[in-house]
Write a new protein. Structure first.
Length: 594
């Protein structure tokens, strides 16, 4: 055992020298190592058997045999016992990433006492997450698509830290949910995003970007107003809050603010859908600045306000034109307009950000603040069969509801969709806190989020008035407007159309080669070589990302390929032909828009 220990420590030190220096080399007293029937080793911990008593290697081989490296990019190991499965995986899958989570460091060193980990430490794509926090875990997992991950977990090997490993599993599940939502949204709205972007392109020439506010708000508190039911209690104090902070209001809460007699400093509208544009319908905010992007529904740009400012588009069309003209300034998209509003405050380098009405749940079983456009539209569209209460029930129970806690410890109904937004804020506020920006909530009835602290409204109203500081903030922003522009949008549209024509030509050539390959298998390798050259040209095309917006998702491609030949070689040609045909359709769709 001693020679194995020394060998493992040396390998560990060579592979992770800094980590090796930080860790105390203690082992776990609860782990009792035993010899197995085949001469290997197993162990028990608190009476639980960690591996087979007979043949732990074969058990490990069976466990990892389900991993298909052609479909999966990475394996996540939640715990590992003595490491039998890690060793077998490292031998068999040398090009796949291994992510190993273990909260209890002594468990790691107990394993190094028992088995030779040389294969594991020699694995080029090993990520050893020892003592990683849930936030660290989320960052690691976010580097992969959920469909690329496979999780290995043996119950007895995670029993010593069940809550920790359950948290990691929850992070993985949240990643899956997020990607599922993103895929559903892309399939449903890609055409709308494309249409809106092309219709609004000219505004990129005439409107300035949010980058002019970058780092200008260091001395100012920012208050983010969301449209949750708890916002109601703040409305009577909104005028006083505006004297003491920069108010950033999401589109869904504007109606309620105006009813309270207060126009926000900023309004954020990030969703391109028509119904989101209706949140500003019939409203006027002559002293407010509207922040949006070019994929917004065109009527948004007719909103009567002090100024309209753009942030960098979340979609490929806008990205293409912005890269060639002028950067507007990026804001995050965490699935909710409130995440974009919060990130705007971060862009301004605010050191104190206060959120209100960001309930991420249903306090009092309400979905939105009374008087919001959501509620008003529901009442206007109400019928005997489908009334406002029915709509409310669908919101309450439409996305796997469950009970959580608010900032007062009171139960609050929330759902899995809201938990994704909560997860986003947990991760981002942790980064912000480390950089010196604190986030608070003024509405304790909201869902409790780790990293956001409760802040009494009464205490906030004791803050000094900052009217003069706000004036300086806006004046400096106007002086910060960039005058540097490369080409006009009109010139760039011509250039974009020319690039589309090249992509169209490449697609046609590739389709023709696929046809030849299916008719003449003797020259298959020759045709595949030519297709490889075309693929390279497509990947280097400047407008390929724009075309990807109206290209089928992976899920849609899988559906389209269901009836292709099962013969491996024939499938390869047919699937390639499918890809090029869909690319050609995407290019022609874009040509219609432009």
């Amino acid at each position: 055992m001693n020679s194995i220990w020394n060998k493992n420590l040396e390998s560990f030190k060579n592979r992770f020298p800094q980590l090796e220096q930080q860790l105390s080399k203690e082992t776990c007293k609860e782990i009792i190592i035993e010899e197995t029937k085949n001469g290997s080793v197993t162990a028990t911990e608190n009476g639980l058997l960690l591996h087979s008593k007979y043949n732990p290697q074969r058990e490990a081989q069976t466990l990892i045999s389900t991993f298909d490296s052609s479909k999966k990019e990475a394996a996540i190991f939640l715990g590992f016992g003595l490491g039998h499965a890690l060793i077998e995986f490292a031998k068999k899958n040398k090009n796949s990433t291994m992510i190993v989570f273990e909260e209890n460091i002594p468990h790691f060193f107990s394993a190094l006492e028992a088995l030779d980990w040389s294969e594991v430490f020699a694995h080029e794509k090993l990520i050893l997450a020892l003592g990683a926090t849930a936030e660290n875990a989320a960052s690691l997992i976010n580097g992969f698509k959920a469909e690329e991950l496979q999780v290995f977990k043996v119950k007895s090997q995670t029993a010593h830290a069940e809550a920790y490993f359950s948290t990691i599993e929850a992070k993985i599940e949240q990643t899956k949910q997020k990607e599922e939502i993103n895929t559903n949204t892309l399939e449903k709205f890609a055409t709308l995003w494309t249409s809106n972007s092309f219709r609004n392109l000219e505004y990129m020439d005439s409107l300035s970007g949010v980058k002019k506010y970058s780092s200008r708000g260091t001395e100012l508190p920012f208050v983010i107003l969301a449209a949750g039911p708890s916002l109601q209690k703040l409305l009577p104090h909104l005028a006083e809050i505006k004297k003491r902070a920069v108010i950033v209001c999401v589109d869904t809460a504007v109606h309620a603010c105006i009813k309270a007699g207060v126009e926000p400093d900023f309004i954020i509208l990030a969703d391109p859908q028509y119904y989101c544009a209706l949140h500003l319908e019939f409203l006027k905010c002559p002293s407010s600045i509207l922040i949006t992007e070019i994929a917004a529904y065109p009527m948004v740009f007719k909103f009567p306000c002090k100024e309209i400012v753009l942030f960098s588009s979340l979609f490929p069309i806008g990205n293409y034109f912005e890269k060639k003209s002028e950067e507007k300034g990026k804001l995050a998209a965490g699935g909710s307009v409130t995440t974009t509003a919060w990130d705007f405050a971060r862009l301004c380098n605010a050191k104190e950000i206060f959120v209100a009405g960001m309930d991420l749940g249903f306090p009092g079983k309400q979905t939105h603040i009374r008087g919001s456009q959501f509620e008003e539209k529901a009442h206007m569209a109400s019928t005997k069969i489908k009334n406002a209460e029915t709509d409310n029930a669908v919101s309450l129970f439409g996305a796997a509801p469950y009970i959580a806690k608010d900032y007062n410890g009171t139960p609050i109904l929330t759902d899995k969709r809201m938990s994704l937004f909560s997860w986003w804020f947990e991760n981002e506020t942790a980064k912000a806190n480390a950089a010196g920006t604190k986030t608070y909530t003024l509405t304790a009835e909201s869902l409790f989020i780790k990293g956001i602290e409760k802040y009494p409204l009464e205490k906030f109203l004791e803050k000094k008035e900052i009217s003069e500081c706000k004036k300086i903030f806006f004046d400096q922003a106007e002086k910060n407007i960039s005058e540097i522009k490369t080409k006009s949008i009109k010139e760039l549209k011509k250039e974009f159309f020319s690039n589309l024509e090249k992509l169209e030509s490449l697609s046609k050539r590739a389709i023709n080669l696929c046809k030849k390959a299916s008719e003449n298998r003797m020259r298959l390798q020759e045709y595949l070589g030519e297709l490889s050259k075309i693929d390279s040209e497509i990947l280097n095309s400047e407008c390929k990302d724009a075309a990807s917006l109206v290209f089928p998702t992976q899920r849609q491609l899988a559906k389209l390929s269901e009836n292709l030949s099962q013969d491996k070689q024939t499938f390869q040609i047919q699937y390639s032909n499918l890809i090029y045909s869909e690319l050609l359709k995407s290019v022609r769709n874009l040509q219609k828009f432009i």
